[in-house]
Design a protein around this ligand. Structure first.
Ligand code: 5GP
Length: 180
């Protein structure tokens, strides 16, 4: 049902439910014989992570990074990505799947890949709810993508604007949310 406060969804709850169900089964097939550790990137991925992991019928383990991104004029790429809270798991020899809310410039995925590879996992893949390919500044390999979206700022289903709207149960365009 449409939430009267925030207008028309960009991606509905029903579309997400269907897509996540089929993606969960695909991931389960790909990792059937593996030792899967799924790592969520907080805060943005918290809702997607919860739905996705429940759609993967495997005895997987979960862990979480809390990451922050800040504008940094001193850097050529203009951003600094930092781990604010680290995972507790040892990644050596593990099959690691990182779950992101959205891949935009690609800097966060690039940073996390470098950090995780230092810890010698047996394999590493990335999964994202949303992909904005038009905004890419660095090439990244994202193995599982739920939805591609155009260049617009979206909120809901874990994604925020100034830390609000994460609890909106679908993806909405920020323009619509603020206009309401
Ligand atoms: P990247 O490092 O790929 O540029 O950025 C990924 C991060 O940027 C996401 O985890 C998210 O925090 C933020 N981001 C990028 N686009 C959007 C958007 O449309 N909405 C929201 N809420 N966050 C975004």
């Amino acid at each position: 049902m449409e939430n009267k406060l925030f207008g028309k969804p960009v991606i509905t709850q029903e579309a997400m439910r269907r897509r996540i169900k089929s993606l969960g089964l695909k991931i389960a097939r790909d990792y059937e014989e593996k030792d899967l550790l799924v790592i969520g990137v907080l805060k943005g991925a918290y809702v997607f992570f919860s739905d996705l992991t429940r759609a993967i019928p495997l005895p997987l383990e979960v862990d979480f990074f809390v990451v922050s991104r800040q504008k940094d004029k001193r850097r050529k790429d203009g951003v600094t990505v930092k781990i604010i809270s680290d995972i507790a798991s040892d990644l050596k020899g593990r099959d690691v799947l990182v779950v992101e809310d959205i891949v935009d410039s690609g800097h966060t995925v690039t940073f996390l890949k470098k950090e995780i590879l230092k810890r010698k996992p047996s394999s590493l893949k990335f999964c994202t709810l949303l992909n904005k390919p038009d905004r890419r500044q660095v090439d990244v390999d994202v193995h599982y993508i739920c939805f591609e979206i155009p260049n617009q700022y979206v909120v809901g289903y874990g994604l925020d604007y100034k830390n609000r709207y994460r609890n909106l149960p679908y993806i909405a365009s920020l323009e619509n949310v603020i206009a309401e």
